[in-house]
Design a protein. Structure first.
Length: 67
């Protein structure tokens, strides 16, 4: 995506969030901690990872540092 304006970026970002939330919403509760192998992420690990990435990227940018 080429960022041409703040409004275009925010709209894109919101669509990504909505799509991710829909995917998370269809993960069965009893499979949230399931992992395909012992050394891989579970669905819950992936969700926490996405949340942490976004949080830390936001903080780094607010502090004027590159993410």
């Amino acid at each position: 995506m080429e960022v041409t304006s703040i409004a275009a970026f925010v709209a894109y970002w919101q669509r990504i969030h909505e799509r991710t939330a829909r995917v998370i919403g269809v993960i069965p509760a009893d499979r949230f901690e399931w992992r395909p192998a012992a050394d891989t992420f579970s669905f819950a690990d992936l969700v926490r990872h996405l949340a942490a990435i976004e949080r830390f990227m936001f903080v780094e940018n607010v502090c004027g540092r590159g993410s």
